[in-house]
Ligand binder design. Structure first.
Ligand SMILES: Cc1cc2nc3c(=O)[nH]c(=O)nc-3n(C[C@H](O)[C@H](O)[C@H](O)COP(=O)(O)OP(=O)(O)OC[C@H]3O[C@@H](n4cnc5c(N)ncnc54)[C@H](O)[C@@H]3O)c2cc1C
Length: 333
């Protein structure tokens, strides 16, 4: 659908990108009463082609970095209070991080202590307690686990993004233009002065790039080198499984993390989502990402390479044997 509203010639702040980060920036600027913020998104919004639309959406609040832990905990509280269509944007189902080795158990012990000192609840639990919380586990490969009660899932992150944009618009702070691609960032005397878009020029002295994996391309437009590269991360959705039959909501069981194998599993109604970094590094050049209308699902969903998932699948079956019988429905890199 062509966007009929005329682009403003000037903005206090321009945000490039309408994923979860751009929408969150818009919300938080509105909460600081900043007016005349313009968000430009190259794709159809609210389902643009960035990572946000197909993320697993979970939050494990404790990290070894205090900054990251505080940010994650803020996310837990923020999404719990944010509502989209009257429903909270966060399901606090809890999270289990497994330890397959004594070293991992020591690491989890450190995490529990860090969490406590930063005011985030967590505890080490026995193998039996882990199995009680998540009965699909096999006890044999596990030495223990960490239980984080406030871990959970943003349901869904695109709903949260819409809720934030609605609020920023309600405050009279934000105008959002989708199908509007930033083609160039204009810098004069080392100062940004605006962006050229597919629908015209917008003048501004403050431009925020929230362009996700396209970030290096936006940086290049502004003459800045951003040394980041988009990395593949495999995600597989199973078909319906009997153990989750009758699920009443998107997620009822805790999210499972198996850091010893760089993997995670979460429920999605009566299916499982299995995420894996347990494969050789695969990089895509940001220049090679196709436009939204030229891709089947999303520009950032690359074709699934099953050969990179074999080892991962065998690993996760060790701790969740029930997955051996789960039908493969869909996967992507
Ligand atoms: C399979 C998978 C699972 C994940 N699971 C989780 C998880 O469970 N928990 C978690 O916290 N994170 C998860 N992530 C990571 C998370 O999805 C990302 O960190 C997050 O979505 C990034 O949001 P973003 O707004 O920065 O980027 P994006 O969502 O990619 O948004 C960037 C936007 O910028 C727009 N854009 C780019 N260039 C331009 C331009 N020139 N002009 C205008 N617009 C432009 C794009 O169209 C896009 O909409 C996962 C990621 C993947 C791939």
């Amino acid at each position: 659908m062509p966007n009929e509203v005329k682009l403003p010639g000037k903005a206090e702040i321009i945000i490039i990108g309408g994923g979860i980060v751009g929408c969150s920036i818009a919300y938080h600027l509105a909460s600081k009463k900043i007016k005349n913020v313009v968000l430009v998104e190259q794709d159809n919004w609210p389902e643009p082609g960035g990572s946000t639309s197909h993320a697993s959406d979970f939050i494990f609040p404790i990290d070894h970095s205090e900054l990251m832990a505080n940010l994650s905990q803020y996310g837990v509280e923020f999404y719990s209070n944010l509502k989209f269509n009257g429903k909270p944007c966060y399901e606090m189902v809890g999270g289990i991080e497994l330890a397959r080795t004594e070293n991992r158990l020591r690491e989890l012990r450190r995490k529990v202590e860090s969490g406590k000192s930063w005011g985030i609840d967590a505890e080490l639990i026995s193998v039996e307690e882990a199995q009680e919380a998540f009965p699909f586990l096999d006890k044999d490969p596990i030495r223990g686990a960490m239980w984080t009660p406030t871990a959970g899932v943003a349901t869904r992150s695109t709903d949260a993004a819409q809720a934030m944009v609605q609020e920023a618009k309600r405050c009279g702070s934000l105008q959002l233009f989708d199908n509007t691609e930033v083609l160039d960032v204009i810098v004069e005397d080392n100062k940004v002065c605006g962006v050229h878009t597919s629908r015209g020029f917008i003048q501004s002295n403050l431009v925020i790039s929230a362009a996700g994996v396209w970030g290096p391309l936006i940086g290049k437009m502004a003459g800045i080198s951003i040394p980041l590269a988009p990395m593949h991360h495999q995600l597989v959705h199973t078909g319906n499984v009997p153990e989750l039959e009758g699920a009443k909501s998107q997620i009822e069981w805790p999210v499972l993390r198996d850091q010893d194998r760089s993997m995670y599993v979460r429920q999605e109604f009566d299916t499982w989502e299995i995420g894996s970094y347990n494969h050789p590094p695969m990089i895509t050049d940001a220049n090679d990402i196709q436009p939204q209308d030229e891709t089947k699902y999303s520009p950032t969903m690359m074709p699934f390479t099953p050969e990179h998932f074999e080892v991962a699948m065998a690993s996760i079956i060790e701790v969740m044997p029930i997955l051996e019988h789960a039908p493969f429905q869909f996967g992507f890199n």
